[in-house]
Every structure is written in structure tokens, then in C-alpha cells.
Design a protein around this ligand. Structure first.
Ligand code: FES
Ligand code: FES
Length: 197
């Protein structure tokens, strides 16, 4: 392994919001010796209301950066190839599959993950409704389900059952909790409009 590669991996492995090395590189317009298109670079994102900087390669996916650099392991990657929806997060309020979304595209954007309960009222209301409706079994798909549901209620506060099914159709659940998920979304929709059920 070359010296340059060793340095990059070392920085990436410890990158955290207040990491001094990343912050120093972030103040430079261009990291010395990293000019080529395949080189690592610093990106900045606002995740769940907090500012983060991370050193990423062009090939790094958003889910890997969230989990391995920022320590936000709530986002899962069940298939890691864009088929199951389990890695869904919101980028500027739009649901994306973070296993196929390159981290460099997130530079300067607002990210919402399943850890954003205290930052986003719709997500918090959905999580509470999820528990009441018993919408989770093994739980592995549920972070992605919750983020797709959050995106739905942000753009459509009163979805019909058919609209819920369509919005959630990209999220697979091997445990088959689909009906409970629909119930949870309807419950959260009602609560957000001031209803008790
Ligand atoms: S882990 Fe991204 S779609 Fe399955
Ligand atoms: S709750 Fe188990 S895969 Fe969905």
C-alpha cells in the first residue's frame, strides 16, 4: 500500500464531525496530491440537523459513509444493490437508496436518517405509531420503511391506502408486516393533523 493511500484510509477511518484532520482539509480548496478524478475529497453534509465533514472516494456510497464514518448505523444495507429499499434515507426530503447513491452527490445537502427522531416531527410521530401498530417484526427493513413513510407524509399528509401502497412499494419486508405498516402510517397521518387515532 502506498504512503498516500495509507494517509487517506487513516483519515477516513477516524472522520467525525469535529475531526481535526478532516476540518483542516476542508479549509483547503484542494487536498495536496489528490488531484486525480479517483482521489478522496472532503464533503460536507447536514445530517439530522448536525453538520458533518467526511473524507470520501468517488466510489463510496452514502450508506457506507453514514455507517462507517459518521457512526450512524441505523441505516441498514440488506441487499446493497438497490433492490430492497432497506437503506432508504432522505436527501433534501427526497427518498433515495443510499446503497446506490454516491456520497459525493450528498455534498452540501440535507440528509435525514432513522436516527433523526428528535429533529423531524413526522419521523418521530411515525416511529411512535410504528410501535403502537406493532409494525415491526425482525426490524431489519424498518429503517428504510420509516424513511419512505416520512417522505410520503412530507409530500402528502393525507394519503389514501392506495397512495400508501404505491409510496411504500419499493420497500420489501421478508416478515410481511405490510398491513401493520399501512396502519401505522394512517395513525401517524391522523396524529399529525391533530387526531387521537
Ligand atoms: S440495501 Fe439498498 S436497496 Fe437494498
Ligand atoms: S420486519 Fe423483518 S424484514 Fe421487515
Amino acid at each position: 500500500m502506498s504512503a498516500a493511500t495509507t494517509t487517506i484510509v487513516s483519515v477516513a477511518a477516524v472522520a467525525r464531525p469535529n475531526n481535526t484532520a478532516v476540518a483542516e482539509l476542508a479549509t483547503q480548496q484542494k487536498a495536496p496530491g489528490l488531484e486525480d478524478a479517483f482521489a478522496a475529497r472532503v464533503i460536507r453534509m447536514r445530517v439530522n440537523g448536525k453538520e458533518y465533514s467526511a473524507m470520501v472516494y468517488p466510489r463510496d456510497t452514502l450508506v457506507n459513509v453514514l455507517r462507517e464514518q459518521l457512526g450512524l448505523i441505523g441505516t441498514k444495507r440488506p441487499c446493497n444493490r438497490g433492490e430492497c429499499g432497506g437503506c432508504t434515507v432522505l436527501v433534501n426530503n427526497v427518498p433515495v437508496l443510499s446503497c446506490t447513491y454516491l456520497a459525493v452527490r450528498a455534498d452540501g445537502k440535507e440528509i435525514l436518517t432513522v436516527e433523526g427522531r428528535d429533529y423531524d416531527k413526522i419521523l418521530k410521530t411515525l416511529q411512535d405509531a410504528w410501535v403502537e401498530a406493532d409494525a415491526s417484526q425482525c426490524g431489519y427493513c424498518q429503517p428504510g420503511q420509516l424513511m419512505s413513510a416520512t417522505a410520503l407524509l412530507k409530500r402528502n399528509p393525507t394519503p389514501s391506502i392506495d397512495e400508501i401502497k404505491l409510496a411504500m412499494s419499493g420497500n420489501l419486508c421478508r416478515c410481511g408486516t405490510y398491513m401493520n405498516i399501512i396502519e401505522a402510517i394512517q395513525l401517524a397521518s391522523s396524529r399529525l393533523r391533530g387526531g387521537s387515532s
